[in-house]
Write a protein that binds this ligand. Structure first.
Ligand code: UD1
Length: 417
């Protein structure tokens, strides 16, 4: 089993270029099967969630190649609408494939999806929306079996603005005659990215970024070359690392607007942040002030995917901070790992109260999920002494060579078997 060994306490200095967002690439890969022409997606990091999605597409008969950081997809050879059970279990985003597979082949079958085990993560909103498009859906032996022969445009209201359900329904209705309206949709930048991508392929979609999306069905989509938006969560993770360890970090290839809520919080902790075009510079002396309250919210609120990294940071900020997790009910599972390192955190339901301590000390900890895992690395970088982080498979789902990135910034970190 691989582990990271971190000798903490080093300042971080240097620059990083941010790759395309995992949470854009996954739906875009799914949308790529909607045409028989070639699709090229640029600047894709080598992370296991993307590789799992590629494996699923290949099982469906889709031709997928990687050339450096480009992924090239040709779905003219697709021959199955059955998402393989063993692969679907690895990746929650396999559910996003359902919409595009039904749109393309008028049928689809998938096992209940996997992914980070944070909270209950039901798929009822996806299923309800697909049913409103007049797709016949049965549940058989842990599988969702869909028949889309009689699909019809519909006016759908989502119970909550689910990112995945919004994306799934946008893809499902792309060829459906008439105008499909989806209300109370997610407004995340990845939704706008999917709309831009599909429209470049010839789709007719408006409204992404607002709370209503209109999809006028078209007959056919064509190939496209596309660079997805930069990964705001990866960018945010490195900024938080810089803030807590002290030093000077410059990120390039970022859309600062996408992490406005984070920048606003970091500037409250004594960090100095400069934004210019696609660059963000952060200066920090590592002596941070507590943040009175952070509540995770749908975009443009504070992202749940940066919540645990903030918790790592606030463990050593002077004063008391409060974090409320509103999106996923069990996203506080890394707290015992922080406590092993000397943190003082009390959790009550969805709220964590963090009393800043003077220092963290190295410990043997495990990554509990993707973002929790990244947060353990951050805590290890700040701690005095040696930290070992295990279960790296979680971190590798969304961060490309996390140890190399931090090493290039001056951290003492290595991956070992
Ligand atoms: C996406 C992101 C994930 C991020 C999350 C919230 C991808 C690949 N993943 O996940 O990184 O943490 O958005 O920003 O883009 N829900 C239901 N029923 C459903 C669907 C969702 O109750 O059918 C609930 C979930 O349990 C959760 C909330 O809605 O409490 C938000 O989930 P959702 O926006 O769907 O997250 P994902 O698309 O899975």
């Amino acid at each position: 089993m691989e582990k990271l060994i971190i000798n903490g306490g080093k300042r971080l200095n240097g620059s990083l270029d941010v790759m395309s967002a995992k949470n854009s690439i996954l739906p875009l890969l799914s949308a790529s099967i909607l045409t028989d022409e070639e699709v090229v997606i640029h600047k894709c990091p080598e992370i296991s969630d993307v590789e799992s999605m590629i494996k699923i597409l290949m099982k469906l008969g889709v031709d997928v190649k990687r050339e450096g950081s480009d992924i090239i997809i040709n779905a003219s050879t697709i021959n199955s609408c059955l998402i393989p059970t063993e692969l679907a279990g690895e990746l929650r985003s396999s559910i996003f494939l359902l919409g595009s597979i039904i749109a393309k082949l008028r049928c689809g079958q998938v096992a209940y999806p996997g992914g980070c085990d944070i909270g209950i993560r039901p798929i009822d909103i996806h299923i309800k929306g697909l049913k409103e498009l007049n797709i016949d859906i049965r549940e058989e032996f842990g599988h969702i079996v869909c028949d889309g022969e009689n699909m019809k445009a519909a006016d759908i209201i989502l119970d909550i603005p689910s990112v995945g359900a919004t994306e799934n329904l946008m893809m499902a209705s792309v060829f459906t005659e008439g105008v499909t309206v989806i209300r109370n949709v997610a407004k995340e930048p990845e939704i706008v990215d999917l709309q831009n991508f599909l429209n470049l392929m010839g789709a007719d979609i408006r409204g992404a970024g607002s709370s209503v999306i209109f999809i006028r069905g078209v007959k056919k989509l064509h190939g496209v070359e596309y660079t997805p938006i930069p990964d705001r969560i990866v960018a945010g993770t490195y900024l938080i690392a810089g803030a807590m360890c002290g030093g000077k970090i410059e990120l390039s290839g970022v859309v600062s607007e996408h992490i406005h809520s984070l920048i606003a919080k970091l500037t409250k902790t004594t960090c100095n942040i400069e934004v210019k075009n696609d660059k963000i510079k952060l200066y920090s002396n590592g002596d941070l002030r507590a943040i009175e309250k952070i509540e995770t919210m749908y975009y443009p609120g504070f992202p749940t995917d940066l919540q645990t990294q903030m918790m790592a940071m606030l463990t050593t900020a002077s004063g008391t901070s409060v974090i409320v997790e509103n999106i996923f009910e069990t996203r506080m599972r890394e707290v015992p790992e922080f406590i092993k390192m000397g943190a003082d955190i009390i959790v009550k339901g969805r709220t964590a109260i963090i009393h800043g301590v003077k220092r963290l000390h190295g410990a043997d900890v495990v990554a509990t999920d993707l973002r929790g895992g990244a947060s353990m690395v951050l805590a290890g970088l700040r701690a005095e002494g040696v930290t070992t982080v295990r279960e790296l498979r979680h971190i590798d789902r969304g961060y490309e060579s996390i140890e190399k990135c931090f090493e290039s910034l001056g951290a003492d970190i290595r991956r070992m078997n």
